[in-house]
Design a protein around this ligand. Structure first.
Ligand SMILES: *Cc1c(COP(=O)(O)O)cnc(C)c1O
Length: 350
């Protein structure tokens, strides 16, 4: 289905860009013109969605998303190239991850085709909010929520698939690298839980750690595994890697960490330039002895870790020019921004 005609008319008849101070963008919400909404009954398939004006939605107080957290989110970005094409990074991967999450939370997900089509329509309708090349990206936030009324703990009888977008700049304002605090009190996920899917329920519980760490001047929190407290897992909303010599290591996706699409892409790029990439348990001791550490995620892209603080101990890492994370950041963003040829087929043209 083509997007309803009004958004296209607006963006075609109107000016090329929305009135945004692109230089001042951070990672915060700038509301845009349109969002995508589609609904379906449990177990059925989503019908063609609608592009509607961005705004509040109406929902029954008795919905499982409000009462029991039956919801998933996704995050991906659209990039404008120098020659004015608009492309999205690996959207089918987000569709597949939403389907895995939906299976875990007994929800009805959109098909990969429907998901990708909906992403394209939403970006197209909000074309003038995609920042100029090199000045930021359009962050795309798909939601799948249990929106039908049901009182007891059970799957919702109806699901809403919604996509909104916002132009964004850098997630962390620090230029050199992240200063992480290892949390030895709270855990993010445990075996058998939902750490491996992008369930809404995984995020409210990390806010307390995050607020405490930020109030002490840290950029973010690094969580340890709940079973032993000896292995590193991930940061509140991004994955972590360590580097030693020619070996790049990252914790395995065995249920407690989110299988990041940036994580997967960066592993592939590191292998391409001759690094050995290991997905295995990484102990806190190994992290403290690493030469380099970095985080990956759609929002942070690839960000060097400048320091890690564990109890009273603070260690520093290589960042900047000679760091592998700098090289990988440049390799990934060159593909995303269209500065080099996309030989991997990662970019989807709108
Ligand atoms: C979204 C997310 C990531 C990063 O995933 P990407 O697909 O690379 O954006 C990592 N960890 C957590 C907890 C996340 O929510």
């Amino acid at each position: 289905m083509a997007p309803s005609s009004s958004p296209l008319l607006t963006s075609e008849s109107g000016e090329k860009y929305a009135n945004v101070k692109w230089e001042e963008l951070g990672f915060s919400l700038t509301p845009t013109d349109y969002m995508y909404v589609s609904k379906c009954r449990q177990g059925e398939s989503f019908s063609d969605g609608k592009i509607v004006p961005y705004g509040d939605i109406s929902i029954t107080p008795c919905s499982p998303i409000l009462n029991y957290g039956q919801g998933l989110f996704e995050g991906l970005k659209a990039y404008r190239t120098e020659d004015d094409r608009i492309r999205v990074f690996r959207p089918e991967q987000n569709a597949l991850r939403m389907q895995t999450g939906a299976e875990r939370l007994c929800m009805t997900p959109p098909s990969t085709e429907k998901f990708v089509e909906a992403v394209k329509q939403t970006v197209l309708a909000n074309k003038k909010w995609v920042p100029p090349a090199g000045k930021g990206t359009l962050y795309i936030r798909p939601l799948l929520i249990g929106s039908g009324a049901i009182l007891g703990v059970a799957p919702a009888p109806e699901y809403t698939f919604l996509i909104y977008v916002s132009p964004v700049g850098d997630y962390h304002k620090v230029s050199s690298g992240l200063n992480l605090k290892v949390d030895h009190k709270y855990h993010r996920a445990h075996y058998g839980g939902t750490g491996g899917v992008k369930s809404c329920t995984n995020y409210a519980p990390v806010v307390k750690s995050l607020v405490e760490a930020k109030s002490s001047g840290f950029s973010d929190v690094l969580f340890l595994d709940a079973a032993t407290g000896r292995n590193i897992e991930e940061v509140s909303a991004c994955n972590i890697f360590i580097v030693r010599g020619n070996i790049v290591s990252t914790p395995p996706t065995s249920g407690t960490i989110l299988p990041g699409i940036t994580r997967k892409s960066i592993s592939e790029l590191a292998r391409d330039i001759g690094y050995q990439v290991q997905e295995r348990d990484v102990s806190i001791d190994e992290l403290l002895e690493a030469e380099e550490a970095f985080c990956t995620g759609t929002a942070v892209v690839v960000k060097a870790v400048e320091s890690v603080t564990f109890h009273e101990k603070k260690v520093k890492y290589r960042t900047g020019e000679g760091a592998l994370s700098t090289k990988l950041h440049s390799m990934l963003t060159s593909i995303q921004m269209g500065l080099v040829e996309d030989t991997k087929g990662w970019m989807v043209e709108i």
